[in-house]
Design a protein around this ligand. Structure first.
Ligand SMILES: NC(=O)c1ccc[n+]([C@@H]2O[C@H](COP(=O)([O-])OP(=O)(O)OC[C@H]3O[C@@H](n4cnc5c(N)ncnc54)[C@H](OP(=O)(O)O)[C@@H]3O)[C@@H](O)[C@H]2O)c1
Length: 314
């Protein structure tokens, strides 16, 4: 099968198209024909070797955590899927989405939302699960709460704005000038242009600040957080670890970070929100698999609006 592999860590050029063996499935896995994948910053962070302590030095590696496609075969222990089903979901931390076929665990995928194309569906899993789990599990978001999303135009941010709205929050989205209209169109009650104004110097106060782009910290935002408010980030820096440990057992404001955990139940929940018209993906660009290096470079620019889809096969 065709796949884009890396044989060493490095710049986008290390992504090379190759013919490789089709993966074999374990009893709890499905073999899927991958129709589409997407780019998440974790892909190029791994490619650059930033996580090599975890990802190791065994090559070749196929990256790509998001997949949407058709089930071709199922392992002997698979209960919920059969050949021909249209699914979307996550590969495990070993990746594998940037290939014509992928072996995925049954408990990391769900049936594809019926109103999305494969390309649209492939942009949902990692980013939307992160937004959902941050707001619901770390933030314990409640109807009527005030929530600020920093990085509201990014892959995680576009879902965070919509999920917070769907869960009944009053949402403020922070983005650059050119993306304010998009953030409003996703349902934000208020938008802040960070080129004009620092939200941390505002007079408003929030129950939750979700820093989807991981640019700030609790100490930088505490004056705009309510006394029992929660700051949540996607980037657990040493400062955030310290703030999180220091605030965990004390009353008052908390600092938390999210580590996304793919699972079927949350994917089914997202599918229901999507089919009910409460959330939708936003695709900035779609690249064919052969142009994955260009897609990675675009993601590395940190200027993508919403998601970058990868068309893998027809
Ligand atoms: N911990 C986890 O489990 C987890 C899961 C998913 C993602 N992440 C991490 O979360 C981060 C965001 O991921 P993503 O997929 O959303 O990235 P992304 O799609 O690449 O984010 C791009 C967006 O960031 C916005 N942006 C850039 N600088 C900004 C700033 N200073 N203030 C506000 N917005 C800014 C840009 O909007 P403007 O052009 O309007 O500035 C752009 O739309 C990445 O570092 C990723 O690795 C972590």
């Amino acid at each position: 099968m065709k796949a884009v592999v890396i044989r060493r860590y490095g710049a986008a050029e290390v992504l090379q198209s190759e013919e490789v063996e089709q993966p074999k499935i374990e009893p709890t896995q499905l073999l899927i024909k991958v129709r589409a994948s997407s780019v998440n910053p974790i892909d190029w962070k791994i490619r650059q070797g930033m996580l090599s302590l975890i990802t190791g030095s065994k090559f070749p590696k196929i990256l790509g955590f998001d997949v949407a496609g058709e089930v071709v075969a199922v392992g002997s222990g698979v209960m919920r899927f059969k050949a021909g089903d249209a699914i979307y979901g996550s590969t495990s931390f070993s990746g594998g989405g940037y290939a014509e076929f992928a072996a995925v665990l049954e408990n990391l995928v769900a049936h594809k939302p019926t109103n999305l194309s494969y390309e649209e569906a492939a942009t949902v899993p990692l980013a939307a699960l992160t937004a959902l789990q941050a707001l619901r599990d770390q933030g314990n978001i409640q109807t009527g709460q005030t929530v600020l999303i920093n990085g509201a135009a990014g892959g995680v941010g576009i879902f965070a704005v919509q999920i917070a709205k769907a869960l009944g929050a009053v949402v403020t989205g922070v983005s650059s000038t050119k993306n304010l209209d998009l953030v409003k169109s996703l349902g934000a009650n208020r938008v802040i242009d960070y080129k004009q104004q620092d939200f941390a110097q505002d007079t408003a106060q929030y129950d939750i600040i979700f820093d989807a782009v991981g640019k700030r910290s609790l100490s930088q935002t505490k004056t705009v957080l309510k006394p029992n408010g929660i700051y949540i980030t996607t980037l657990p820096s040493p400062e955030v670890f310290l703030e999180s440990a220091l605030t965990a057992f004390l009353p008052g404001q908390k600092a938390k970070f999210i580590i996304e955990k793919p699972n079927t139940q949350d994917l089914v929940y997202l599918k229901e929100l999507i089919e009910a018209g409460k959330i939708r993906p936003v695709i900035d660009r779609t690249y064919p698999l052969q142009e994955l290096a260009a897609a990675h470079s675009y993601s590395e620019s940190e200027r993508a609006v919403g998601k970058i889809a990868i068309a893998v096969s027809n």
